[in-house]
Design a protein around this ligand. Structure first.
Ligand SMILES: NC(=O)C1=CN([C@@H]2O[C@H](COP(=O)(O)OP(=O)(O)OC[C@H]3O[C@@H](n4cnc5c(N)ncnc54)[C@H](O)[C@@H]3O)[C@@H](O)[C@H]2O)[C@@H](O)CC1
Ligand SMILES: [K+]
Length: 541
């Protein structure tokens, strides 16, 4: 777990959030009413920062009957007090509200009925049909909508009349601020539950929610502001390891995990990586992966490949030595471990798979090799295809023991799992299979997710869809292996590789059209991205 536990780095589930709320209220002693007041006041400030000043705002706030609606009622009070024109449309009659939302409705009614400037600016109505919402909006002519219909309490597809209201709201041209999460978004998976508010801004309470960054969350949430509601950090930290929760990788994580070099360092003490990859016709993948391992700081990278391509591969590599692996007609000969034993004695990490091909002999030789080595390993591409069907099998002889990082894309993952997997909950899938297989599992995608067998999970905090191009997987695997060779724990090596690769791609987009990026460009950007992230203190490494 990261040393720091900042709300922006912690991705919580609805369950974890409820647990944190309960602990804050019952054990810590901060009343729920105070949390709601702080949430609403903080969200008001977030709205004014983006769309203020208050006098220019004509806000139309749609409030559900739960606590998310309660937040909306508090926002209404504070926006009106600060001079905004505010109309509140409650989707349920007043008698349906309970506890804190009911109390806040009373306060708002009392404000609306008291003489003074806020009262002149404030109107309230009950609005249980979309036609009524439409008519009220036509009368108010809002400049901003606030979505306080549903928050983390939603677990099933949005029902009428809210469903129609969400569809109507998505048809409006004005800006929309969602409170906590856009109505309709599954707060854990980022799936739209039937419909989902498309927000320009989401003011989320206490901590990031996982659903705001995975699945379709990012496309519905717009700009995200985290509202400090006074929940103690230790409570957020305590729930952050619950199932389904994750951390977002940050530049600070990368700098903390990546070790400085000792003054008396030599190439082997820094960490040697042995890459096993390549096949006739597949030269590029092991070259890219080996270079990436070196870029990540591995002191010495050697690339073992089939003997028939060794001289070609050697011409493509300058500082990376090649090693020839004997071949039979049907692929790599057995006894890879014996062939490489001298190098393996010195190595601190393996990378198995880039461009290996899928010949049956190669696959069985690779499985034997992996069953014989104790080294930490990154297994990618055809390495994954080689172990598909063996990993996790009762009669299989593979024992990952948490030392392996598997980096599958969706197709490779399905082959490994041997079953159709529903990827709508990517964090859940990564956590379940990392535990089942006793591996660190890096699920590539946007964003990528990496989980360890003990449940520690990171979501990529850098990189975007520009990485969806051939060869970037080889770079990612190489970066992870390079970090593994320097002694990082497998989960941190995988998260560091994911973050640095993403940051390199982001850096490319600062000076070139992201659509033109190739995997070699990512590799070229790695050194500069690392320098910008980790600063001059790392320049001497
Ligand atoms: N102490 C707390 O618990 C705090 C909660 N906060 C807010 O409270 C929210 C969670 O509140 P709740 O747990 O009351 O939940 P919500 O307010 O998100 O939703 C509950 C309401 O949704 C309705 N509902 C559930 N499923 C539905 C569906 N499929 N279609 C239509 N309606 C449906 C329920 O009938 C219920 O009225 C958070 O998102 C956040 O905005 C914040 O105020 C901070 C403090
Ligand atoms: K909402």
């Amino acid at each position: 777990m990261p040393d720091r536990c900042l709300p922006r780095d912690v991705l919580l589930t609805a369950d974890a959030m409820r647990k944190a709320d309960r602990t804050t209220i019952e054990d810590f002693g901060l009343p729920g009413f105070t949390l709601m007041e702080t949430a609403g006041r903080g969200a008001t400030s977030a709205i004014l920062r983006r769309y203020g000043p208050a006098e220019t705002i004509r806000a139309f706030i749609i409030c559900g009957k739960g606590n998310n609606g309660g937040d909306g009622l508090v926002v209404a009070r504070h926006l009106a007090e600060r001079g905004a024109r505010v109309h509140v449309a409650c989707t349920a009659p007043p008698e349906d509200l309970r506890d804190d939302p009911a109390h806040n409705l009373e306060l708002l009614q009392s404000l609306a009925n008291s003489p003074g400037s806020a009262a002149d600016n404030l109107t309230l109505s009950t609005c249980d049909r979309v036609e009524a919402l439409e008519a009220q909006a036509a009368a108010v002519q809002p400049s901003l909508y606030v979505d306080a219909m549903l928050g983390t309490g939603l677990t099933s597809e949005v029902r009428e009349p809210l469903r129609g209201m969400v569809e109507w709201l998505n048809g409006q041209e004005e800006k929309v601020t969602a409170l906590d999460i856009p109505t309709g978004l599954h707060s854990d998976t980022g799936a739209a539950l039937g419909v989902c508010v498309r927000a320009d801004q989401t003011a989320t309470m206490a901590s990031m929610k996982a659903g705001l960054v995975v699945g379709d969350g990012a496309q519905y949430a717009g700009e995200i502001d985290i509202v400090d509601i006074g929940m103690p950090r230790y409570i957020l930290s305590r729930v952050s390891r619950d199932a389904g929760c994750a951390f977002r990788t940050s530049d600070e994580d990368l700098c903390r995990w990546w070790p400085e070099r000792a003054n008396d360092a030599h190439k082997y003490s820094v960490g040697m990586t042995v890459v096993v990859g390549g096949a006739p016709g597949y030269i590029g993948a092991p070259v890219m992966a080996s270079r990436a391992a070196a870029r990540a700081g591995s002191g010495y990278v050697a690339c073992a490949c089939p003997e028939s391509i060794e001289s070609t591969l050697a011409q493509k590599m300058t500082s990376i030595p090649t090693l020839a692996l004997p071949e039979w007609e049907d692929g790599l000969a057995p006894d890879i471990h014996d062939t490489l034993s001298d190098r393996l004695d010195k190595a601190r990490a393996l990378l198995v798979g880039p461009g290996l091909g899928r010949k049956s002999m190669t696959q069985s030789s690779i499985c034997d090799f992996l069953s014989e080595t104790d080294l930490p390993a990154v297994i990618d591409a055809d390495g994954l295809n080689a172990i598909a069907g063996v990993l996790g099998a009762e009669d299989g002889n593979l024992e990952p023991n948490g030392r392996w990082i598997l980096t599958p894309h969706a197709g490779e993952f399905k082959r490994l799992a041997g079953e159709d997997v529903d990827f709508s909950d990517r964090i859940g899938v990564a956590q379940a299979y990392a535990k089942r297989w006793n591996v660190v599992l890096l699920l590539k995608g946007h964003p990528s997710v990496v989980a360890s067998p003990d449940g520690t999970t990171f979501v990529g905090g850098a990189g975007g869809p520009s990485l969806a191009v051939a060869g970037t997987g080889d770079v990612l695997a190489g970066l992870c292996a390079g970090f593994l060779a320097q002694g990082l724990q497998p989960i941190h090596a995988a998260a560091a590789g994911m973050h640095l690769g993403g940051a390199a791609a982001d850096r490319y987009a600062t000076h070139s059209d992201a659509r033109t990026m190739q995997a070699t460009d990512v590799l070229d950007e790695v050194a500069k991205a690392a320098y910008e992230i980790c600063g001059t203190s790392k320049a001497s490494r």
